[in-house]
Write a protein that binds this ligand. Sequence first.
Ligand code: FES
Length: 180
Amino acid sequence: MSSSDNEQPAEGGNPTVPEKSKEQGVSRRGFVGSAGLATVGLALAIPAAMSFRSVIPNVLYEPPRRFKVGALERFTEGGVFVAEHRVFIFREQDTLHCIGAICSHLGCTVQLAKMPDAEGGFEFHCPCHGSLFRADGTNFAGPAPRPLDYYTLEIAVDDGQLIVDKSRPADKLWRLTVRS
Ligand code: FES
């Protein structure tokens, strides 16, 4: 009997699977096995990543609330915008006060706008949604729900610079008096 005779199916038995079909079958099994391993790996990796994230603290790095803005000479009569801290410093002779430039609507930076009548008055305009504030920070138009914030000022004992303390909100009549 030749070897090709051995590959003939027996009467009523299972036919012998050709070599090419066997390879395809192994390939399919291999794929299914790999997919299963990948699924198990993913199922283990996700909880591991979540538990690793849980040991990292949720820290927000916020800018300092109390900071120096420069020597008194920087703040002459009128207003100075301190862009890096988003505050306005106003000086009237020997008194200074600080108004925050953060719009009370959604936090855009308001801009100082001179009024057309130019009687020394001015307004703050918010470029984002059109809120308007009077010179004392009071909101009078647009979606802003409340006035601009006022902050406390002080003089640094070490070098005489002006300090803004955003952690200490001030009343709008509050003023720092300095000697000229
Ligand atoms: S953020 Fe100023 S009006 Fe909306």
